[in-house]
Design a protein. Structure first.
Length: 339
């Protein structure tokens, strides 16, 4: 009995001594990012990892958004392989378990089937800076649709969704990719809709199904239906000293065969302050009247020769057929843009 115990003790002691001699050696079957380092010492593994994986680990990060690419270069991220720490990880993986099991595994040719992640260092500050700069490019506020009169026509501003880059999520994805030796995979920017617009062009078209624009320079009136050009009319506008007022207005009054309430102005002469009834030869307002601002409006005229010129005292003159056609199409409240 004593002899058997002595033999067992000797075997156990031998296994412990053998395991101690392997304290700095990596077990067979251990890999680092696919690189076989089994059987190597810590120093040998460090040199092999440095030679084979350093260039792979120091890779750029490419973030994509639609058809755009944004690159975080290695020199900016400070990414580098820590070969010594990586070798240490491989040794630590090899030393798991009890010393008797490790010794028996080594003596019998057993393997540890493990792939150790390389130790990669990088600047988290640089990653946050990169993501913050990317957010400035991709984040945007929601925008409501609008219309305005620019360059003699309606300019439409389309609505757009607000969007937001999920910064913490992207920072975590970049950090994970920096720790990985994979070079060919890109990161899709995690962008989400932050808010939807309150008003679209369809909403404006429904709210303003009819719009009039007037170019004083070109002497042209355009009528839009659902924000699409429907008709163009030749007009006369106010002459020097009596210019048609520019701005954004709306039709306030509509009248068939209007009377002329003559302004109490010097240019009106003996007619100043009078009301000239419809059909009177002295009444220049023919057929229809559409008032839009402080006595100014659109009306028919018998003076066809004045169309295309600055000839009125502030109103918009149109031929009788044109003013009748426009009158049928508009309503009180129809926007009028004058430039």
């Amino acid at each position: 009995m004593t002899a058997a115990f002595a033999v067992l003790a000797a075997i156990a002691g031998g296994l412990l001594i053998f395991d101690a001699t392997r304290a700095d050696r990596i077990a067979r079957g251990v890999r680092v990012a696919g690189l076989d380092v089994g059987g190597m010492t810590r120093a040998q593994a460090r040199r092999s990892v440095q030679a084979r994986l350093a260039g792979v680990a120091e890779h750029p990060i490419v973030v994509t958004w639609r058809d755009q690419r944004f690159t975080l270069a290695p020199r900016d991220s400070g990414v580098r392989l820590d070969a010594a720490a990586t070798a240490g990880r491989a040794v630590a993986r090899s030393r798991r378990g009890d010393p008797f099991g490790r010794a028996l595994r080594e003596l019998t040719g057993g393997e540890v089937r493990a792939d150790v992640a390389p130790a990669v260092r990088f600047s988290r500050v640089a990653v946050r800076r990169f993501v913050r700069a990317l957010a400035r490019r991709l984040d945007r506020r929601a925008r409501d649709a609008d219309i305005d009169f620019v360059a003699y026509r309606i300019r439409k501003t389309r609505a757009r969704n607000g969007r937001l880059l999920r910064r913490p999520e992207l920072e975590r994805a970049i950090a994970a990719r920096l720790r990985s030796p994979r070079r060919d995979e890109r990161i899709a920017a995690p962008v989400v809709i932050s808010r939807r617009p309150d008003r679209t062009l369809k909403d404006i078209a429904r709210r303003y199904p009819r719009v009039i624009t007037i170019s004083r320079q070109r002497k042209i009136l355009r009528f839009y239906r659902h924000l699409k050009l429907a008709e163009t009319f030749r007009i006369a506008v106010g002459q020097i000293g009596h210019k048609t007022p520019a701005g954004r207005y709306a039709i306030e009054t509509m009248e068939k065969d209007p009377a002329w309430h003559v302004p109490d102005e010097a240019w009106a002469g003996d007619l100043a302050g009078r009301v000239i009834p419809p059909g009177d030869p002295q009444n220049p307002l023919k057929a229809r009247w559409m008032g839009f601002h402080d006595g100014a409006g659109m009306h028919g005229t018998s003076d066809i020769g004045s169309l295309g010129a600055a000839a009125s005292h502030g109103c918009i003159r149109m031929s009788v057929p044109d003013v009748e056609k426009l009158y049928r199409r508009v309503r009180v409240g129809t926007p009028v843009f004058i430039a």
